[in-house]
Structures are given as C-alpha cells and as structure tokens.
Ligand binder design. Structure first.
Ligand code: ZN
Length: 241
C-alpha cells in the first residue's frame, strides 16, 4: 500500500490543495490525516468538504474536538481561541457532527494514526522529547505510528530500549525497529520551513519520506485578514512558525 499522510491542515485551503496535487502525482492508495482540519485559517468549510468527499481516513485533533463542542476553549491560547470562535460561526451542524464522529485513534495491521500521542490521546499531550515519545512507543502495536500536533516533522526510532530522534529522509523501515513519525503540518508549519508538509509511506517498499510543497501563501494570508482573524495568524505562515 502507498499512503499519503498529512496533518494539521488548519483551514488552509491553498496548502491543502497543493499537497493533494503532489500526493496525486504519487499514485497513493489511501489518504490519511492525523487531525486538526480547522482552526487558525480562513477556509474551514472548504477544507472539511475535501475531507468528506475525498475519502480521507482521519482522526480527531484538538481544534476539531473544540469546534465539535467536545473540548473547553480555555485550553487554547488567545489566537487559537479567537480563530476557533470564528470557525464555529462558519460550520454547519453536518460539519460539526462529522468532526464529532472522528475517532481519536485509528489502527490496522500496518500503522497507527493519532493526533497527539497514544498515551492519553484525549488529553492531547505534545511529543517534544525522547521521554514523551517513549510513553507512546510503549503502547504502539504497529511498526509505524503517525502523529501531528506539534507542526514540526521528525521521526523517533526505537530499537530495543534505545530511542533516537532524526529529521533525515527518505527512511527505510527496518523490521527490528519501531517508528513514531510526526508528519508536520500542511497549513501552519512551525519548523522554520513555511512550505506545506506531507508524508509518503510505501508499506511494501518499506520506505517513508516527509516532503515539502510550496503553495500560494499570499492568498491564504489575505483571506485570514479579510475574515477579521488575528493578523499574527497570517504573518506566521511566511516564517513557518
Ligand atoms: Zn494543530
């Protein structure tokens, strides 16, 4: 199977369309998303229409849970909260109930998908260091786990008791190792590279690679301004943070 895996679209339609074009060129069998379809950006309904029409298999992110009424807005910083309040005014009841029904964790024999971590997935912990990663790796039953949430791509590799971190791809999946892969963010990267991120995983070839795609960012930025969302949310797209 060839998988196109992405996360944290955050209502950025221009970035989403750019990665979907790149994924299409790679003839993938299945699209997977690690959640956070909405929040921050100005196109929540158009992005959710793509989720529903393109057969994307997705788990629920914290921003998705918030607009679906399953999470307190006090959890979020003021910028995120302002965007979530605006997003709530844009969504239909159908959109909300679709988000409400997304699972927190999805798994099959080959891979697992979760927004934040396998350790208490409903609490949306961030995996920022080796010990955070270990808490999830201990619970991981598949060779590969895909996450998002931090908006910063990278791979934790476990072999025996040892866990290491790397940002080097392409990566070859070795049978004696376990992998926790953060696929970065489509719509609001925070690793200093403003291009949209997605991950190609070929389970037959045992190859995995995070790729970056440029997109028409100015259009996404001017939509954020026109919607009356905080200007910082437009500015940060340019610096990838
Ligand atoms: Zn996010």
């Amino acid at each position: 199977m060839r998988y196109g895996i992405f996360s944290d679209v955050h209502s950025n339609l221009e970035a989403l369309e750019a990665i979907l074009d790149a994924i299409e060129a790679e003839r993938v069998d299945q699209l997977l998303c690690a959640g956070d379809w909405v929040g921050y950006g100005a196109d929540p309904t158009a992005c959710l229409a793509i989720l529903r029409q393109r057969g994307v298999l997705s788990v629920c992110g914290n921003h998705d849970a918030a607009v679906a009424g399953q999470m307190d807005l006090d959890w979020f910083n003021p910028y995120a909260r302002a965007a979530l309040e605006w997003t709530s005014t844009q969504l239909s009841e159908g959109d909300r109930s679709y988000l409400r029904n997304l699972p927190l964790v999805w798994t099959d024999a080959r891979l697992t998908l979760v927004h934040s971590s396998l350790h208490e997935p409903r609490e949306f912990h961030y995996i920022l260091n080796l010990s955070d990663a270990q808490a999830s790796l201990r619970l991981q039953t598949t060779p590969v786990l895909f996450v998002g949430h931090t908006h910063s791509p990278g791979i934790f590799v476990q072999e025996g008791e040892r866990v290491s971190f790397q940002r080097i791809w392409p990566l070859r999946i070795e049978p004696q190792r376990r992998y926790l892969v953060n696929v970065g963010s489509v719509g609001q990267p925070r690793d200093g590279d403003p291009r949209a991120a997605w991950c190609l995983y070929d389970s037959e070839e045992k190859a995995l690679e995070v790729r970056r795609v440029p997109y028409p960012m100015e259009r996404a930025q001017s939509k954020i301004q026109q919607a009356g969302l905080p200007g910082f949310l437009a500015d940060r797209l340019a610096i990838g943070y």
